[in-house]
Design a protein. Sequence first.
Lengths: 114, 116
Amino acid sequence: KAGVTQTPRYLIKTRGQQVTLSCSPISGHRSVSWYQQTPGQGLQFLFEYFSETQRNKGNFPGRFSGRQFSNSRSEMNVSTLELGDSALYLCASSYSGGGNQPQHFGDGTRLSIL
Amino acid sequence: AQSVTQLDSQVPVFEEAPVELRCNYSSSVSVYLFWYVQYPNQGLQLLLKYLSGSTLVKGINGFEAEFNKSQTSFHLRKPSVHISDTAEYFCAVSDRGAYQGGKLIFGQGTELSVKP
C-alpha cells in the first residue's frame, strides 16, 4: 500500500507570495490533517479535513487555508507569505480521524521564505 | 487544554546501552497516547500506541512504553540501542472523545544521539 505522498518536497518563495502544497493520503483514508513543524514552536496542528469538509482547526491565521477533494486528496494554501512561515509542513492521514487511529505521515514539504 | 512535556530535549547514549525517553501529559479528559520517531529529512513514523488494556505497550524496533495514569506519564524505553536509533522522538496525545478531528498534541521532541 502506498504511503502518504506530499508534493513538492521543497519550495522557495519570497515574502508576499502565496503557495499551495499537495497531499495524497493512503488509499481508503478519508481524514487528512496538516501540521507545521518549526524549531521554535515544534509540531502544531493546522487543520483537518474529512469528506471535503474542514472539521477541526488549530490556532493559525486565516492566511492558512485548505481544501479536500472527492478522492480525499488535500491541498493547503498559504497566502501573503511571511518569513515566519518557513517550516516543514506535514500531512497525515487516517481512516476517519478518530482519536484512537494512528496518523500516517508523509515526508513533508519544506517551505523556505526569502 | 491538553499539553505534552518531554522532559529531555537531548539524550546522548552509547551503543548497546539502555535508554529511557520521558513524557508527561496534562489533560482534563482521558487520552490516547502515541510515540513517533522522525529521521532526518523524513516525516513521522509511528513507534507504538496506547489505546487501552495492558499498560505496557510494545512497538517496533524493540521499543516499549509504559502508561502510568497516576503519574500521567508515558515513558519510552529500549534495553539496548543501536546507532540507527539516532533520531528525534515525539510523544503525542489525542482525546478519547467520540470524534477528535484528527488532532494530535505533540511534545517538543527528544533528540536521541547514539554514539559508538
